[in-house]
Design a protein around this ligand. Structure first.
Ligand code: UDX
Length: 432
């Protein structure tokens, strides 16, 4: 099939490349000329394991093309995916849909034959209806169909998540288009992915409800971890103990810092905003947002206790600063709250992240990037394991640090407390 992906951000690029790898002809369009020039040379704008190889392979065999010419790309395609950003609006909690609507206007000028227009971007319920209205102003209704096909790609696992999805959701109010889209996904469905066909608004809501539910699960275990810490229970036992109940499920029950990234913080706010418009109070999700927003302060309070209320001039090392492992993404990472706070309190901070220096910390006092784990840990009073990179899972602290006074705050519960204690260091985890 001939596809056009509008927007070569995370969703558009990964999905476009994977669709081309499944044998489709795909044009990835972006208005950013530099980005497109780079992609043509195999320079990938994001850090995502496996993506570069797939781009090079499919660009070489000409199934994958890159362009800045939106109109031509739409004209050449049968299926057009809208994959532009829907960030949180300034001074509001709702999603900013300006890019979606401006793309819809552009599409309306370039419909030369029947096309299915699909939102892959995360969009609030009724956005598909709005897109339909925009298109109808210029084009006859029998020339297009608007559908919703939300993505469930995790950063760092995006290619795997695309190829082996738990489910493919298509929301369409028109049966013919739903069948066509099912065919597009048939290579994945034949490998076991479940296919769900709903109306358009339901598909839009499935995406938000999924992310809000996962954020709730994480926040739930984080609060249980707070209780465990006081009651001398290991939260890891609780995660296993409740997760084995199939009705609960074991995934997304890892207690840790506040959840972050480009989706959960933004989508939880946006679903509440949408519900408000329908005069519905999503009190559970509101409470999740609130709990998560307080989590970094809670963990910083613990840092203060670990350092016996003397943060000034203490050498603190952060291992990992991204919001999770296998990504260079800093969006809504809890390190963005923790490091500036500790720097303001007079700590000397060194951080190491496998994805390198972060401009976000460049203007902070006494915050420096270290070139290796060893350099970061050396001379520290406290090591904070902030992100669960594999690189940090078997550090020999004894080799890197001579003083027994080293304290380790393992915010991802990577290490066995007993093992660290047996090496003579002080260990602190989350909910244990
Ligand atoms: C998420 C969704 O998982 C994906 O389906 C959606 O399409 C985009 O948003 P992503 O933001 O890449 O993906 O990261 P994810 O792996 O879901 O983690 C989000 C946050 O939750 C991270 O801060 C992570 O550290 C945290 N998390 C996750 C936990 O604290 N505990 C867990 O058990 C799982």
């Amino acid at each position: 099939m001939k596809l056009c992906m509008i927007g070569t951000g995370y969703v558009g690029l990964v999905s476009g490349v994977c669709f081309s790898d499944l044998g489709n002809e795909v044009i990835c369009v972006d208005k950013d000329q530099d980005k497109i020039n780079n992609l043509k040379q195999g320079i990938i704008p994001i850090y995502e394991p496996g993506l570069e190889e797939l781009v090079l392979k499919n660009y070489k065999n000409k199934r994958l093309k890159f362009s800045t010419n939106l109109s031509n790309s739409i004209k050449k395609s049968d299926i057009v995916f809208i994959c532009v950003g829907t960030p949180t609006k300034k001074n509001s909690t709702g999603a900013d849909l300006s890019q979606i609507f401006s793309v819809a206007k552009e599409i309306s000028k370039s419909i030369n034959k029947f096309k299915i227009i699909i939102t892959k971007s995360t969009v609030p319920v009724t956005t598909g209806d709005e897109i339909e209205k925009i298109l109808s102003k210029k084009v006859n209704k029998n020339k297009f169909s608007v559908a919703s096909n939300p993505e469930f790609l995790r950063e760092g696992e995006a290619i795997r998540d695309f190829i082996y999805p738990d489910r493919v959701v298509i929301g369409s109010n028109d049966k013919k288009s739903a069948t066509k889209l099912r065919n597009l996904y048939s290579p994945l469905i034949s490998k076991g992915a479940k296919f769900i066909s709903t109306n358009r608004r339901a598909a839009e809501l499935i995406k938000y409800a999924s992310n809000a539910f996962l954020a709730t699960k994480i926040t739930f275990i984080n609060e249980i971890a707070n209780l465990c810490e006081k009651a001398q229970i290991d939260v890891e036992d609780i995660s296993i103990g409740i997760g084995l109940d199939k009705r609960i499920g074991s995934r997304f029950l890892r207690a840790g810092p506040a959840y972050g990234g480009s989706c959960f913080p933004k989508d939880t706010k946006a679903i509440v905003n949408t519900a408000d418009k329908f005069k519905i109070n999503l009190s559970v999700i509101k409470s999740v947002i609130n709990s998560n927003s307080l989590r970094s302060k809670l963990l910083l309070k613990k840092v203060n206790e670990i350092l016996n209320k003397k943060i000034r001039n203490k050498n603190i090392c952060f291992l990992g600063v991204t919001f999770k492992a296998n990504t260079d993404d800093m969006r809504d990472s809890s390190s963005l709250e923790m490091i500036p706070f500790l720097s303001k309190k007079g700590a000397q901070i060194k951080y190491y992240d496998p994805t390198g220096f972060k401009k976000e910390f460049s203007n902070l006092k006494n915050v420096n990037f270290a070139n290796s784990i060893g350099e970061a840990v050396k001379g520290s009073d406290l090591v904070i394991l902030h992100t669960e990179w594999n690189d940090f899972k078997s550090i020999n602290f004894k080799k890197l640090h001579s003083s027994k006074n080293l304290k380790i705050y393992d915010m991802r519960n990577i290490y066995s407390p007993l093992k660290i204690k047996s090496q003579g260091f002080k260990y602190f985890g989350i909910g244990r």
